[in-house]
Design a protein around this ligand. Sequence first.
Ligand SMILES: NC(=O)c1ccc[n+]([C@@H]2O[C@H](COP(=O)([O-])OP(=O)(O)OC[C@H]3O[C@@H](n4cnc5c(N)ncnc54)[C@H](OP(=O)(O)O)[C@@H]3O)[C@@H](O)[C@H]2O)c1
Length: 515
Amino acid sequence: MSESSRHPFLTGLSKHRGAKPTILVIFGASGDLTMRKLIPALYNLSVDNLLPADFKFIGFGRKQMPNEDFREFSRKSIDDFSRRAMDADTWAGLESNFEYHCGAYDDLEAFKGLQNRILEIEKEYNRRFQLLFYISTPPSVFEPIITHLGECGLANHGSDEELIPKVVIEKPFGKDLESARALNTIIAKHFREEQIYRIDHYLGKETVQDLLVQRFANSIFEPIWNREYVSNVQITVAEQLGVGTRAGYYDQSGALRDMIQNHTMQLLSLTAMEPPVSLDPESIRDEKVKVLKAIQPLKLKHEGGDAIRAQYTEGLVEGKRVPGYMEEEGVPASSFTETYSALRLSINNWRWKGVPFYLRSGKRMARRISEIAVQFKQPPGILFGEGNKYDITSNVMVIRVQPDEGVTLIMNSKVPGLETRTQPVKMHFNYSTTYGSNTPEAYERLILDSMIGDSTLFIRGDETEESWRIITPLLDFWKEYGKTGLEHYTAGSWGPLASERLLWENKHEWRRPGN
Ligand SMILES: NC(=O)c1ccc[n+]([C@@H]2O[C@H](COP(=O)([O-])OP(=O)(O)OC[C@H]3O[C@@H](n4cnc5c(N)ncnc54)[C@H](OP(=O)(O)O)[C@@H]3O)[C@@H](O)[C@H]2O)c1
């Protein structure tokens, strides 16, 4: 196996040393994501000596900003948001490589100016650089940025395949199947698929990567990971926050687009996929796409359908009173945008036929927590099945994605004493206890992987379209019916009562996440 096709799960970080000389250009450099995540990630990569020796970072934005101000903005973002405190020497080595380029995203001249600056840097260093374009703007300007990169030749900069330019695209990737296809078509005019890195930052989280290791590096799980032993799978991505100041964006999106279509579908495909033939990116992504293809169209009905949507109403979160969604600033009075959605999905393949996958995501839920819970079938009630005497639960394997990352196995055990009584107990593996709490942030991994050309943790074009294929008919159905069928739940709860119906119909119930 060649060095470049080996996977980081197996090789640790050693393969990252010697990353190619890179000029990273971030579009939307004055934005929230750049400030809170991307610049701190660059800093932490630098602390770990994982940036290439020849590295330049150009922030691109519409705002006028001298380089000194951009460096000050970057320094402050590290001070405020880095997981590790600012080290003066590291910053001194890094900051001289940060600069700013002012321009509008729809102005070809601004891109030609960027190109000239890149050529100047290459001349100065007397070498070619790999160009890494990171689009961290609102989606309305994804298209002009990609088009201008193509039109001025930056998408094909240089002739060295090793240093082929790459483009990283933030979520949301489209707002439905049609727009995702259109975006894929526009990108494909200028970039080949192997140059494209579609981000879902959930894939950069340690536990999400660990899921493949748990499944395929342990022989005890794989034999029972199927319809013979698994009763149902529950994937929860719950937030405590409301819409805050982002109502303008959120009301156009909703929980289904914002969370389910990307994060929970990614968790589902990693949980349900077949073992890949190897750990190279295409083998893994092929298996993820196959699972998505096997997902059956959702039953679209108000009664007995496969989906629930709801909005939060006023309630208590952590003892503090918070307003309902309709009272949040900037939410239109006519809004029927869901802040919670839950789906029941059927995967029509040999492994999973008959095992429901329940997905839910909401804002203003009781806790901030993301987890995958694989619920196994009840043991036959022959020995410990009588009446209330024994407290027997079905086994559950819980993969906690955030916070408190780890894995818990829930089993039944005898309570000590002369009488035979049973009780569910938990076996815990906790990341921070085992490995310490200072694990890399998702964006560190993702920037590094895009820099070294490992696309495993990024979403392929067909993957994003498959996911939209499942979701889009539901979006259309909800749009057609407006407020009809829209449920409500109290802020600080675990969602609407109606979402229990999705599970009761199969005699299942939602587990209480975190338990
Ligand atoms: N923030 C997060 O935590 C987060 C998390 C996951 C994904 N994302 C995704 O990452 C991308 C960036 O998010 P963000 O929160 O950083 O966005 P943002 O702060 O709203 O915008 C980023 C930058 O884009 C430019 N911009 C803003 N509105 C624009 C418009 N209407 N037309 C043209 N340019 C505009 C601004 O830079 P200039 O004025 O300097 O040009 C702004 O600083 C989005 O696609 C978002 O969905 C964000």
